[in-house]
Design a protein around this ligand. Sequence first.
Ligand code: NI
Length: 193
Amino acid sequence: MKRRKPQILPIRIYGDKTLRKVAVPVKEITPELKDFIEDLILTMYETDGVGLAAPQVGNSVRIFVVDAFWFQEDGKKDPVVLINPEFIEFEGQIEHEEGCLSLPEIYEKVVRAEKVKIKGLNENWEEVQYEADELFSRALQHEYDHLDGILFIDKIPKLKRIFLKKKLRELESSTDRNGVNKGKQMHHTHGEL
Ligand code: NI
């Protein structure tokens, strides 16, 4: 079978209802799903992201992709695909600034586990496991949250969220009647997730 060329998918922006849904587990891998995963990977790279979850492109399934190293100097592209992921271990705590492709131009410090161990399935339906720290660990936790309808702004102090109200309302304003917000498609440079 001839595979189709991967395509860039529009990123859903804050206000889109898919971003707030709990995504459903994947039951089996299909050619269509493999194509979708390729689209997800391409979209992550084309938007200069280091992670992208399926709900961020309007598909409420438990899949995300992460590549925490590709934009580093001499970093080559090596995407991690996780289907139905589950954390096995959390260790330590660390605060760091985060950004999200679905929340353009918002950056806030978020406390997360320092190190994590995660397992799941890859695009070939094989069990995979990763141990992660630094940006890789943060990206895994951020993307996992997307599968539960959680955004990083939910994890910042209330006062900081109040300061963001106007900006969030602006982002929300391009949501249509069906709850779809394809907003302004941006090119990012900060390693958004
Ligand atoms: Ni995000």
